[in-house]
Design a protein around this ligand. Structure first.
Ligand SMILES: Cc1cc2nc3c(=O)[nH]c(=O)nc-3n(C[C@H](O)[C@H](O)[C@H](O)COP(=O)(O)O)c2cc1C
Length: 458
């Protein structure tokens, strides 16, 4: 087999600090433990399980708003626990880090929710406490309820949010990369000098959306800038990804669709002077594994019967920005431009002209583990299909679950050993920060990344 086909496949476990992340209806099962999301042991146990399975990272989604597009209110979301109630993802990380040594922690934070000065310090704190194991999923928010809760009249327009995100990242980069010199911290006990004042400087940012005149409050952390994830796939979203992302999170109902998203981003990176190898493409994926194919199918069929129609539509309408409550379940859904996640409707319409998706099809598709495809079968069958996806151009997967922790247990016990035997999954961890583990090189951003360009000489 050519070596390209044996390259290692990356795996993140996709989760959220709430009862229903992506499987509306399944939380009621006795074997689903997400109602324990308020207990630290729930999270530290998951982190240990995933580290045993050599996952690269736990990837935590988040929204700061409620899903109130479906029917024009949040009733369905609240009743079915569709991402509400939802607790903060960042606060879980120190506990999970203390329970593990290597696994990374990706968390989502919207540019709407913190001023960049506050956010940069939170991230540096986490990067210190985890010894460089954090990644930030940069999101721009898609729920109007978010805007109202933060005192805005409405969400800024889709592309303007990306312009804000460009500036937000720029401020963070300068705080992380430029404010403290590498040799600023002396920790000189004999002289009683902790840091050299000449090596700590203000950033002086006066931009369109943010003003920061001051120095970063945290000393340089292992990675300085965290590993950067991004998930937007609209033309403006992929421009943003090409500028900033080190890992992209793509949705495609088929391997070729996901692979094409990654290829488009790599092309745009090339045009910007970034090496396309500096990004890893993670496809959204759901896996239902069983000892036999029949066993896996039986699980799938059982889950399928338990999907909450209202819960799935509450999520889908929030993601897409389109209220489908007036649609007949068998009505096809066409692409329309909205102010929300444009990729979402695109992936169910123009991205796959071979298929016409009805509302019911979408509910059945997203109801078990969210808006990505589901692989059902034995560990070998699943490993074969994952390899097909990688052959189509993705580097790894963000694995959503049907039941928690059962889906991850099945994967760790069944699929991981098969992939490891095939040389497709790591059997242990490299030392160092998350960036070093993912890219086998420096803990810091690559020189062609815009964060590196923020470093002025001392
Ligand atoms: C697979 C996927 C996962 C996402 N996860 C989150 C999330 O957890 N929180 C959030 O606020 N936005 C999330 N988003 C929204 C995107 O980050 C982005 O802000 C939004 O999709 C608008 O970009 P687009 O229209 O370019 O796709 C996600 C999007 C996708 C496609």
């Amino acid at each position: 087999m050519p070596s390209k086909q044996r390259k290692r496949i990356y795996f993140n476990a996709f989760n959220m600090n709430c009862v229903v992340h992506q499987s509306p209806g399944l939380w009621v099962r006795d074997d689903d433990h997400m109602v324990d999301y308020k207990n630290l042991e729930h999270w530290t146990g998951l982190a240990r399980l995933l580290e045993k399975g050599c996952f690269d990272a736990i990837f935590l989604a988040d929204v700061v708003g409620t899903y109130d597009v479906y029917g024009g209110n949040r009733n369905a979301a609240v009743a079915t626990a569709a991402q509400i109630p939802v607790n903060d993802p960042m606060l879980l990380i120190p506990a999970m880090a203390a329970a593990t040594r290597h696994i990374g922690f990706g968390f989502t934070s919207s540019i709407m929710q913190y001023h960049p000065f506050t956010f940069a310090r939170l991230v540096s704190t986490l990067d210190h406490l985890t010894r460089g194991r954090v990644a930030w999923n940069i999101v721009t928010s898609y729920l109007e309820s978010t805007a109202r809760s933060y005192g805005l009249k409405g969400l800024p327009e889709h592309d303007e949010r990306y312009a804000m995100a460009d500036e937000y990242c720029g401020v963070c980069y300068r705080l992380w990369e430029d404010s403290w010199a590498d040799d600023a911290v002396l920790c000189d006990r004999k002289r009683g000098i902790y840091a050299d004042p000449a090596k700590v400087r203000d950033i002086d940012h006066r931009g369109r959306y943010y003003t920061v005149q001051g120095c970063h409050l945290a000393e340089p952390s292992p990675q300085r800038t965290p590993v950067l994830f991004q998930a937007g796939a609209s033309p403006r979203g992929t421009d943003f990804a090409a500028a900033h992302a080190e890992c992209v999170f793509v949705i495609g109902s088929k391997p070729q669709i996901a692979g094409q998203y990654v290829a488009d981003i790599r092309e745009k990176m090339r045009a910007r002077g970034r090496d396309p190898a500096d990004v890893l493409g993670f496809a959204y994926m759901k896996v239902i594994a069983g000892g036999t194919e029949a066993e896996a199918r039986a699980k799938y069929n059982e889950y399928f019967e338990q999907i909450s129609y209202d819960g799935a539509l509450a999520l889908m309408c929030g993601w897409s920005g389109l209220d489908l409550s007036g649609y007949d379940p068998d009505q096809p859904v066409e692409y329309v431009d909205t102010n929300a996640i444009r990729t979402m409707l695109h992936s169910f319409s123009s991205a796959d002209p071979s298929r016409r998706w009805t509302v019911r099809d979408i509910v059945r598709y997203v109801g078990i583990g969210g808006a990505g495809p589901v692989l059902v079968g034995t560990p070998e069958q699943i490993a074969d299909q994952l390899e097909d996806w990688v052959a189509a151009g993705v580097d790894g997967f963000n694995l959503a679950y049907s039941t928690m922790p059962g889906s991850f247990e099945d994967f760790v016990e069944g699929v991981v050993p098969v992939l490891q035997k095939r040389g497709r999954m790591q059997s242990g961890y490299a030392e160092g920060s998350l960036r070093e583990k993912l890219f086998s090189r420096d803990a810091h951003v690559q020189p062609s990344h815009p964060a590196a360009a923020c470093r002025r000489p001392w």
